[in-house]
Every structure is written in C-alpha cells, then in structure tokens.
Design a protein around this ligand. Structure first.
Ligand code: WTA
Length: 632
C-alpha cells in the first residue's frame, strides 16, 4: 500500500480499492503507525444510531506517532517554525527533538496540576508555540483538548467550558493581533465567574502584563514548566478514546461540541495531508489558519507533524504591518506550500497587486484554499499573482465534523478547476440528493451533499448529546451523513460546492448559526425580535444582515445600532458583528408564525424581482416596507 499517490492512474486505483474494500484499504494505511496494540477489526459502523468505530480495540498515542516516531530520523529536523505578529520580533524554531521535550514537560505539568486522563482542558490562547504544545501535551497524557478561538467573548468561552465541564484552562496574559494588544486572561476571568468545573488556570506570558492571579486556581506556565520532568511516557489510548472536542455552529441552538477520536483521526489527517499537498520531506509548509478552528487542528498540528513535516505557525494577520505580510513570510522562510482562505485572498486582492509583486515567491510550489467557496476572480488572482501560474491550487472542501479534507484535487496529480473542489479523496463516497431524498445521477444538477460510507476522520458524536448528533447529521436522509452543503457535479465527476443550504452562514470562513446571532441581538433590551440572514459580501464571502424589530419607536438609531453590535460582541465576539442592521416594523411570517427567511435573503441580496408568492403571509404588506428600507 502506498501512502502517497503520484499519478492520476494511481488516484483511480486507490479510489477503486477504497470503495471495494475499505477495511483493507485503511487497514494497510494504518500499518505505518506505532500501535501499542493492534486493532481487532478495522471498522464497525451504522449510520442509524450512529455508531462509527475505526481500528476497534487498537491502542495508540497520537503524539508517539507525531513526535517519538520521527526522533530517530528527523530528530534535528524542524517541526515548527513560529513567525510572530511583529516582523521585528525574533522567530522561533523547534526541532522534533525540542518539540518532543517541550510536549513531555507540558504533559507532566498538566499532571502536576491534577489533570487526569479523560479530563477536558480548554485552551484559549494566541497563536504561539505553546498553543500547539498544549494541544499535544493533552494528547500525550490522555486529556481531551478543546481549543476555543481567542476571539470569542467571555460568554461564548463560558458556554463551551460548561458544556465540556472542563477541569482546567490554559491561556495567556494577552495577545497581539496586528497593531492591537488584547487582554486574554481578563476574558478568561470573566468567563470563569460562571464555570464551577474549572479548578486550574495555567497562564503563559506573551505580552508581559502581570494579570491578576487567583490564589489556588491560577498558576504561571513559566514557573510550573520549570519544575516538570522531560520524560513522559505516552498514555495508552484506545483508538476510540476522545482526542478532542471542537465547538462549531449549526442551524439551531448553541454551538455543539464535535468529538474526534484518536485512531481514525490520526490515520485520516496524515493520509490527506500527504496526498492533497503532495508532501515532500524537505517542504516548508504553511497553513495560515488559527488552531482555534479545525483547519489548524488537522493541518497545522496533527497532519503535518504525523507526516514529519515542517509546519509554520503565524501569530499575526495578513494586513499588518501591510498587505504584503503573507508574502514577506513566504520569502523569509522559503515556504513551499501555502494554504489559506478565500477571504484572505480577496482582502489582499483588494489591497492592490503591488504588495504581492514586491516579493519573489520563488519557493512556492503548491497553493491551497479552504473554508468557503473560492470565486473565480480570487482563484485566478491567486493562481497568477501568487502562484505565477506554476503552482497547482488545491481547493479543499471539508468541515469540522469531517476531521479532514473529503473533496479536493491532489496538487499536480489530479487537475484543478477554478471554483471546484473537484474529486472525492479515496475512501469518500459522496452522493447528491433532491430535497425529497432521491439520488441525483444527472450532471450539473444542484443537490444536497451527503456521504454514504464512513471515513476514519469523521465525527463520532456531539459531546454530551448523542441524539443531537443523530438529529443533525444522520436523520435527514436514512443511512447517510448529511453535510448541510449544496453541490453540483460536472461530467468528469468534479464537485462544485455551492454553500450551506441550512441556517448556517459562513463569514470570512467562520461558521455561525443565524439563530445564535439572533439570540445575541435579542439580548438588547430595546429589541423585540430579530432575523438574521447571510448575503454575498465582496471580501467576507457572506456578510451578516440583521432585520430588527424594536420594542418602542426608535429615538436614536445610531445608539441602538451601537447597542446591538455591542450585544453581539459580548455574546459571541467581534467576528460575528452584523454588517447591516435594518429596523423593521414586522417580519414576513407564515400564518403558523414561521419567518420566511427566503424572502429576507432575497431582499438582503438586493434581488427583489423573484420573491415568490407572498400572499400566504400573515401580513404581506410588511414585505413592501422591508424592500423599501433595504440597505444596499
Ligand atoms: C464551507 C472548515 C466551498 C462549507 C474546514 C462547509 C467550503 C463549511 C470549502 C465547514 C471549500 C469549507 N469550498 N465551501 N473548499 N471548505 N467550506 O466546519 O460550507 O469551519 O460546510 O470547516 O465551510 O466549515 P468548518
């Protein structure tokens, strides 16, 4: 079994084998890893409960495979290059040996703080090396990490901590983001007023502020790591033990904790990393995501390290000190593979091509895109100005729930096609369905994207609520995993992802449920009701459009707008702030009280020609009023 596909024919063969005999296919790929005990059975599954188990009864530790396994041959190879926010600050390089030692020490530090196997540890930190080290330290000693993006508000953080019933939080004093300094520990302190499960907070110094430390609860990373031994045997984990929980938004309710387990996730992230990016031993690989999102988990930390790659971690933002920062970093570290989000490409494109033209970018071989559909204009700009028309672009479609990439071209091996994620990876069996659940076999028809067979990296449950997992992903169509995305397939079998078909909006590659944002807006005392929809946004992909009904006549619109924005920042975080707020006297509702979002979406898009039949609405007049006041 080859771990790496090198030709189109090999792709076809691998795909064929993976469908004909999935257990043999994945079993052979799993052989390359260190297993403390081999599995009894490769796969046990049904999508009804759902129950999905890979490498049943296998025992392993993912860090033994991501670190120890490389020490002999790659001990002095760079594992992590860390580029700070400020280009004038010194960058950091960690070899596999150094990373191994730091992870072992951090794992011992966690143990000394009373963290036990199976305990949940929430990590709320900037993109500094200690974030990756914390993630791996949890995995090393068997704790379940749950990383929360450090842009979420204290209230979001508290919800996640409470849902996970976390025992400990790892954080920092503050963080740098572009020209800003942001207090991180203060957000944690606020959150912890509502989180009785948390017994320990470990604080890494980044900014040099001396945050208030609560006696008996808060300890300093620097002081504790000093005391920790550098030997830490890898905890023996069952293949199906939890590795991590990552919270993500859906169409209803609060964000849910997507659960990934040790064995399958390891095999899948390694395989997809090597193949999609056609990884070579000497490559310098850079994924610009934050480890707070799934892309960072799978393709900054686990996938690259499992493959023995050098992975670059970047603390800063694409536009500071100027819009050339990404390209400056590429040249500085001779990056070969560069993986980013369409929203970043569009914002750099808008800043002008001069920035990119001032750098050589000679080292680049492969480019990648993730998180949202990439429009053709951005694709071509990326291809021409960044890739100099010589770098294949992998358009990788996947989700927090899928653990790794499901649909993508393999760089230079299977063809790229602008705005198309293209072909399913080996092991992935997509189907397109009509809303009634009928399979679409014709080409170029839009349908609902589902998967009919499990893959090793898929979610196992949603933390603490298995029924919610079943409901959300496995109940729409019997025997299938439903992605929530719409897609089309061309005559060559290439998939084009259209976007979400549920009430999830994708803003700059970040997922939010419209209900989640509405709940935040409704916290405002002057707000009676609200409805949120997404609309096409030039840079962000989708923008947030909020229709708001106030309790009493509006006296000061600007103040009210400010209050609404503040409520969203407080409940969720700055990243979920509505772009447009329209005050309305009513919402288009059916006689049963259901909001007709389709109409609101059309109006937000500025397309009022085809609103469909509005005569069945409770109050058809409200549509004219909303149309007249729409913000464009
Ligand atoms: C969207 C991010 C088009 C999609 C890895 C999916 C994409 C959601 C692509 C998951 C892509 C992700 N082309 N759309 N290449 N990649 N999406 O969980 O709607 O943050 O359902 O995972 O992003 O977002 P999530």
């Amino acid at each position: 079994m080859h771990t790496r596909i090198r030709t189109f024919e090999e792709y076809q063969t691998a795909y064929q084998q993976s469908v004909e005999n999935p257990e043999a296919f994945w079993g052979a790929l799993a052989e390359q890893f260190i297993w403390q005990k081999k599995w009894d059975k490769v796969l046990d599954w049904n999508f009804e409960e759902p129950k999905v188990q890979w490498f049943v009864n296998g025992k392993l530790n993912i860090t033994e495979n991501a670190l120890d396994r490389h020490l002999k041959e790659r001990g002095n190879k760079l594992a992590i290059i860390w580029e700070p926010n400020d280009p004038k600050e010194r960058f950091v390089r960690l070899t596999y040996r150094e990373l191994h030692e730091q992870v072992c020490k951090a794992a011992n530090m966690l143990k000394a703080q009373g963290v036990k196997k199976g305990d949940r540890v929430v990590i709320y930190m900037p993109m500094i090396p200690e974030l990756a080290i914390s993630v791996l330290a949890c995995a090393r000693m068997g704790a379940v990490h749950s990383v929360v993006f450090a842009g979420f508000s204290s209230s979001s953080l508290a919800d996640r901590i409470n849902d996970a019933q976390a025992y400990a939080v790892i954080t920092s004093d503050g963080l740098y983001r572009g020209a800003k300094e942001i207090p991180v520990k203060r957000v944690v302190d606020e959150a912890l007023e509502h989180c009785p499960s948390v017994k320990r907070v470990i604080v890494k110094e980044r900014v040099g502020w001396k945050p208030r430390m609560m006696e008996g609860r808060d300890v300093s990373w620097e002081a504790e790591i000093e005391k920790a031994d550098k030997n830490c045997p890898a905890e023996v984990m069952d293949a199906e033990d939890m590795l991590f929980i990552l919270y993500t938004s859906g169409s209803t309710g609060k964000p849910k904790g997507v659960v990934h387990t040790c064995g399958g996730y390891m095999v899948y992230t390694d395989y997809t990393f090597r193949n999609v990016f056609q990884y070579e031993e000497s490559d310098i690989y850079w994924c610009t995501a934050d480890i707070g999102w799934v892309t960072g988990h799978s393709y900054i930390v686990y996938g690259p390290l499992l493959a023995g790659a050098t992975t670059l971690m970047f603390e800063g933002v694409p536009t500071w000190p100027d819009a050339g920062r990404f390209w400056q970093v590429v040249d500085k570290h001779n990056v070969n593979t560069f993986y980013t989000a369409p929203t970043a490409i569009r914002s750099l494109m808008a800043a002008g091509t001069d920035h990119v033209l001032s750098y050589s970018l000679d080292s680049l071989k492969i480019l990648g895109s993730v998180g949202e559909p990439i429009n053709e204009e951005a694709w071509h700009w990326y291809h021409i100005h960044v890739g100099k028309e010589k770098c294949p672009i992998v358009d990788t479609w996947w989700q927090t729930e899928t653990g790794g990439i499901l649909i993508s071209n393999l760089a230079g091996v299977t063809p790229h096609k602008p705005a198309h994620a293209t072909l399913p990876l080996p092991g992935i069996q997509p189907v397109l369905l009509t809303a009634e659940g009928k399979e679409i076999t014709e080409n170029e028809e839009e349908g609902l994207l589902c998967m009919k067979f499990p893959w090793p990296g898929m979610l196992r449950t949603t933390y603490g609520d298995h029924e919610r997992c079943r409901q959300t992903y496995f109940s729409s169509f019997k025997g299938l995993y439903f992605t929530g995305d719409g897609a089309r397939r061309d005559e060559h079998g290439n998939y084009r992802i259209i976007g979400r078909v549920d009430d999830v909006i994708n803003v700059s590659g970040h997922r939010f449920g419209t209900a989640e944002i509405e709940n935040a807006i409704n916290q405002c005392i002057h707000v009676a009701e609200s409805a949120v929809v997404g609309y096409p946004h030039e840079i962000k992909g989708q923008g947030i459009y909020a229709y708001v009904i106030t309790r009493e006549p509006i006296t000061n619109e600007e103040n009210l707008r400010g209050e609404i924005l503040e409520a969203v920042v407080k409940e969720i975080g700055k990243i979920a702030r509505p772009d447009k707020i329209q005050f309305v006297s009513g919402l288009p509702k059916t006689r049963s009280g259901k909001i007709m979002r389709r109409i609101l979406r059309k109006i937000a898009e500025g397309d009022t020609s085809s609103l469909g039949d509005t005569s069945t609405l409770l109050d058809p007049n409200v549509v004219d009023e909303i149309k007249a006041g729409a913000i464009h």
